[in-house]
Write a protein that binds this ligand. Structure first.
Ligand code: XBP
Length: 263
C-alpha cells in the first residue's frame, strides 16, 4: 500500500520538458555566431562537453577561453557573451514559436494528472525566464504561469545548478510546512541541486545526458512515456499501462524512503 502522497512536483525545463538543448539552444547559439559574423560553431560533441557549465552566457565565456580569435580583454568577452546570448535567446524563441521543439512524450499527460489530482507544480530551472516563457507559452498557452505554484528561473538565483538555490527558492514559493515534493531532472548537476535541497529526484534521460553517471535519484529511466527500462523497475499494476503516473512516482518515493542510506 502506498504511504506517500505527493504535494508538489518540480519540473526542470531543458532536457526534461523538451529536448531544448539539442533542438533549441545549440542550434540557436550557432545561428547567433553566424549572425554576428563569427566562424565558431558548436557541434553535438562540443555542446555536450559545454553542458557541464550551467548557463548559456557562462557557457559562451568558457568556450571563448579556448578560442584563439576571442577578444583578449575580459570586459570585451563579457560584452560579446551578453550580445551573443541575447541573440541566441531570440533565435531560440523563434524556433519554439515555429513549432521546432515539441514537449517530450508523457510530459503533458503527467501535468494533466497533477492538475486533476491537485498536486501543485513548480518550475525549477536555471535557464533564462524568457526561454521558459517561450516554451510554456507555446505549449500551454499565454496563461501558463497560472498552472504553477512556484516558478524559479536563472535570473532569480545568484548561483546556478548544481547549487541548490533554485530548489530552495522553489520550495519557499510552495510555502511553509512539511511538503512531499519530487523533482524531475535529466542531468548530474540538476540531480545534485535537488538533492542538496533535500528534494527527492526522478531522472528522465535526455539526449545529452543519456549515458552520464547519475547517482542519488529515486528512479532513473528513459522518459515519462515509457514504463520499460526504469531502475527501480516499475510494478506491473501501475494505473497507467503506458506512461509514468503519479502513483508510480509515489511508489518510488516509498521505496526510496524504506532503504537505509549512509551517504
Ligand atoms: C539549463 C541551462 C541553461 C540552458 C540555456 O539549466 O544550463 O543554460 O542550457 O539557457 P536547467 P540560458 O537545467 O536549470 O534548466 O541560455 O538561458 O542559460
Amino acid at each position: 500500500m502506498l504511504t506517500t502522497r505527493l504535494d508538489a512536483l518540480l519540473w526542470d525545463v531543458d532536457g526534461v520538458l523538451a529536448e531544448t538543448e539539442r533542438d533549441g539552444h545549440r542550434v540557436a547559439f550557432n545561428q547567433a555566431f553566424e549572425a554576428c559574423g563569427l566562424p565558431w560553431r558548436w557541434d553535438d560533441a562540443r555542446y555536450g562537453e559545454l553542458l557541464r557549465i550551467s548557463g548559456g552566457r557562462e557557457r559562451l565565456l568558457a568556450d571563448m577561453a579556448t578560442q584563439p580569435d576571442a577578444p583578449a580583454l575580459s570586459q570585451d568577452r563579457e560584452a560579446l557573451a551578453r550580445a551573443l546570448h541575447a541573440r541566441k535567446n531570440t533565435f531560440h524563441a523563434q524556433r519554439i514559436a515555429a513549432g521546432a521543439i515539441p514537449l517530450r512524450d508523457g510530459v503533458l499527460e503527467l501535468m494533466q494528472e497533477c492538475l486533476a489530482r491537485g498536486v501543485r507544480m513548480g518550475i525549477a530551472s536555471t535557464t533564462s525566464r524568457a526561454n521558459v516563457d517561450a516554451l510554456l507559452r507555446h505549449h500551454l498557452g499565454a496563461a501558463w504561469q497560472g498552472l504553477f505554484a512556484a516558478i524559479v528561473c536563472g535570473e532569480d538565483v545568484q548561483l546556478k545548478k548544481p547549487d541548490p538555490e533554485v530548489y530552495v527558492k522553489a520550495l519557499r514559493q510552495l510555502g511553509d510546512g512539511p511538503l512531499q515534493v519530487v523533482a524531475i531532472e535529466d542531468s548530474p548537476g540538476g540531480v545534485a541541486a535537488a538533492r542538496a535541497a533535500a528534494v527527492p529526484v526522478l531522472v528522465t534521460r535526455s539526449a545529452y545526458f543519456g549515458d552520464a553517471a547519475i547517482a542519488g535519484a529515486i528512479a532513473i529511466g528513459p522518459g515519462l512515456h515509457d514504463r520499460r527500462g526504469w531502475r527501480p523497475a516499475l510494478a506491473r499494476d501501475g494505473r497507467s499501462p503506458v506512461r509514468i503516473g503519479l502513483d508510480d512516482i509515489e511508489a518510488w518515493v516509498d521505496r526510496w524512503e524504506a532503504v537505509p542510506r549512509f551517504a
